[in-house]
Design a protein around this ligand. Sequence first.
Ligand SMILES: [Zn+2]
Length: 213
Amino acid sequence: MTICGNCGAEAVGGSSNCPRCGTPLPADRSARGLGIASLAIGAVCAISAFTQALIDYSGDGRFDFSLVSLISSIAFWLLVGFPMLSYRRPALFLPVMAATIVAYLWGLERLTGGSRWFLPIALPIALAAMAAGGLTALACIKARRRGPNIAAFILIGCSVICTAIELILSLGSGGSPVAGWSAIVAAAALPTALLLLGIHHRLRRRQPGGAGS
Ligand SMILES: [Zn+2]
């Protein structure tokens, strides 16, 4: 919690401006701590990538495996360290995280050579997982009353992701679309999700003024 230096109002939940007068608030301790942790993660990633580049180059005068380490370090910081700095602005860090995942997979394919798996397999799986994960998170955030329904949303989201992965893998490898192991996951997850939604509905009806999901 931060106290506004202008009007004395209390701001909670990591607000960057005073809720009463709009004055910009100083960064609270948790934000400062996250900033330091983000810098520390960045420093560890940089030292690790630099050390591996030195070892790699001293071997044969070329950069080979250390390039994978370099892009992994950059991706790791963008996925873990950057949200720590910008957690108040999900509209900023969520697109950065999505772009990082796609760019990292593409870079990995280019650097490791061999078969082309980015366009037919990795990109569709990443996009499907991000879309299903994003919709699941949105359903959890928008739920007016949270309870067993959150577990149900997560189960449905996981089932959708598994089905998408299996379909993309079978299509990407030139086969016909099949639902094998993902059908087993769905057969276990979806009835459980329906049961949890039913329990949530019953619990909600018992609560005074219970409406919405
Ligand atoms: Zn104020």
